[in-house]
Design a protein around this ligand. Sequence first.
Ligand code: BTN
Length: 245
Amino acid sequence: MQFHAIEHDVVDSTSERAFAALAAGVARHGDVHIAREQTAGRGRRGASWASARDAGLYMSVVLRPARPANPAALTIGAGLAVLEAVRDAGARDARLKWPNDVLVDGAKLAGILVETRGLDPAAPHYVVGIGINVRQREFPPELLAQRAVTSLALCGLDCTVSRARELLLERLAGRLEQALDEAPRLCGDYVAATELGGRLLELECGDEHVCGVFVELTLRGLLVRTGDGVERRCALEHLRAVRTV
Ligand code: BTN
């Protein structure tokens, strides 16, 4: 997959710029909107994403595949690419928390937000927004009040934003292609990277808590075997959290 970089200085949100280009009919598959600063960077579940100038990597990739994709596969693929990129940058202890929070010692280093608007099956489109904390030495107190956050710099790594971008784009092309065309292999790679295989897991599946041993992860869901030997599958869109016990 070929990327086309579209550089911005200050924007509301790179994902918003990607959607504006889609709405205007000028967005290509592989466009990457990148900004030095965002004034309304957004995260999952209505959270905001701290986007101080030149401190982090803020980018959104436009996908316009020939066939509709599974957003869960895109989320898994982007999560793996970000994990690999930050490990390439030296954050060897980085881990993925379901579905795609990238953490170091429990503190959030990067996040991914996959969105689509308007479901025309004849013209599928997705915007994969990615934020990586690179050079921050401090974060807004209101963010720290909610959760632990870190950056590559706080992990002791001297990485520039442009190097982080290079490392990410190297990993992202293959992972997004896999998500579009080769989801079974991607799921296997996700299980290997997250070391879920054979583990006893506690799932938050919708409003339910399910405990069981990992059996498989496919785009149909995460399958576990519970204590009484019954197999339970949680559809990926209902899977809110996965904890190893
Ligand atoms: C999360 O909450 O984990 C997802 C964070 C995603 C942040 C990125 S930064 C680039 C893109 N533009 C946005 O407004 N959000 C995403």
